[in-house]
Write a protein that binds this ligand. Structure first.
Ligand code: NAI
Ligand code: NA
Length: 396
């Protein structure tokens, strides 16, 4: 079958498996070209199939020779469609890692589900042994708690006065004036249940109880803070409240790990990037497209793989992490450079529906989004048939 991109608003309804393989290979090639790094050797990644989780996995495996176990929520091919990009990322990652002599296992399922947790723990006991590092990189809108029948949904709203601003609509390739309402206290609680630190805490406690954390084990969770400009939507948004909870959880887990295995827990504050999750955050997209333009112009632009390589190569993650006074590892140092933010703050208010393609890196933003789903990549023949029987035989 010939696979074409299908966009609905900011959601990709198709993905190109061969393109996904190539995008993954580009991440592997980047890491190999940078050179070997010292990393933990046995790593569990929750949210391993795309974005930061996948990039961390590639940096660990192909930079540091780590064996990795990934958990993610993805769809394989079926009568309904080709499946999700993350599915193919998992399949091709495992192939590439095994070809390099590394262990790579995947479980596809809901990381919040106790059943999935039990399965992963049984697998780790059987095939991996104690884990040196746990990476928490889930981005989702929903968390179900089977024991109580509760179901929480996250919302992307502000906690202050309603905010108005432009958002990029990828399908229409246009700006859309959007207003972001104030969340209710219940919406704030629910978002925190989904995107805060509870899920992380449950995993670490379950791994400790199963004696699966090695002496000195480290755990990190990806987070974001962002500049003043996006604060009404991000830091003072429902997602920001959830991230505050995640950071508080890091401190709590840090004490727990110190007392048990002599380990350490910390949040990694990354830069804003185009991922499947981030394009949903209203108003952030215009800031992000402008950020990309300015960072490319001053030579500091990074994608997920550059960020994750730097995390292990120069920020000491997994060894002696370089933390700030709030115990956060900062990968947003280039994004928050004061001169860069001053420039952005000047240009941002002048952006409108007529000039946004010129003033921001809209093309780069759109390309990155398409590339997440295996499209718009040089070297992929999109007019060629993709053999879906072959695709259906792939195993994550
Ligand atoms: P992503 O959408 O690329 O990755 C999310 C991962 O979570 C995928 O592997 C997905 O399969 C998995 N997942 C989602 N729900 C799941 C579930 N119920 N069970 C198991 N796996 C599940 O998103 P991205 O952007 O890499 O986000 C990861 C973390 O990084 C999030 O905490 C996000 O807030 C944070 N972050 C993102 C930034 C950005 O600009 N994209 C910036 C800084 C931090
Ligand atoms: Na991820």
């Amino acid at each position: 079958m010939i696979i074409t991109p299908q966009l609905a608003g900011n959601v990709a309804r198709s993905c190109h498996p061969i393109g996904c393989q190539q995008a993954l290979q580009a991440q592997i090639d980047y890491v190999r070209a940078q050179g070997a790094i010292t990393t933990p050797k046995r790593v569990l990644i929750l949210g391993a199939s795309s974005g930061f989780g996948l990039a961390a996995r590639v940096a660990l495996a192909f930079g540091g020779g780590a064996d990795t176990y990934g958990v993610s929520f993805e769809r394989g091919p079926s009568e309904k469609g080709v499946g999700s990009a993350g599915w193919y990322n998992n399949c091709y990652f495992r192939q590439a890692a095994e070809a390099a002599g590394l262990q790579a296992a995947n479980t596809i399922g809901d990381a919040f589900s106790p059943k999935v947790q039990e399965k992963v723990i049984a697998d780790l006991k059987a095939d991996f042994g104690q884990i040196d590092m746990v990476i928490y990189s889930l981005a989702t809108g929903r968390r179900d708690i089977p024991a109580t029948g509760e179901s929480f949904r996250s919302v992307l709203k502000t906690t202050g006065a309603p905010v108005e601003g432009n958002t990029i609509n990828l399908e229409a390739q246009a700006l859309e004036w959007t207003s972001i309402p104030t969340a209710t206290s219940e919406e704030i609680t629910h978002t925190t249940k989904v995107m805060g630190g509870e899920g992380w805490q449950e995993w670490i406690e379950a791994l400790l109880a199963a004696d699966l954390l090695a002496p000195g084990a480290q755990t990190l969770a990806f987070s974001y803070l962002g500049p003043e400009l996006s604060a009404p939507v991000y830091r003072f948004g429902t997602i920001g409240v959830a991230k505050e909870h995640l950071h508080a959880t890091a401190n709590h887990l840090n004490e727990q790990l110190q007392q048990t295995v002599g380990g350490i827990a910390y949040p990694v504050v990354a830069k804003a990037l185009v991922t499947k999750a981030s394009v949903f955050i209203p108003v952030m997209s215009v800031y992000l497209a402008l950020l990309m333009k300015q960072m490319k112009a001053n030579g500091t632009h990074e994608g997920c793989i550059e960020q994750c390589y730097r995390l292990f190569a120069t920020k000491g993650a997994g060894q002696q992490p370089v933390l700030d006074e709030d115990r956060q590892l900062r990968l947003d140092d280039y994004e928050l450079a004061p001169s860069l933010q001053a420039e952005i703050a000047k240009i941002y208010p002048t952006i409108n529906g007529d000039n946004f393609k010129a003033l921001t890196d809209f093309d780069g933003y759109l390309h990155d989004f398409m590339a997440l789903n295996g499209f718009d990549l040089a070297g992929v023949d999109y007019s060629a048939e993709v053999d879906m029987t072959e695709m259906a035989a792939l195993k994550p």
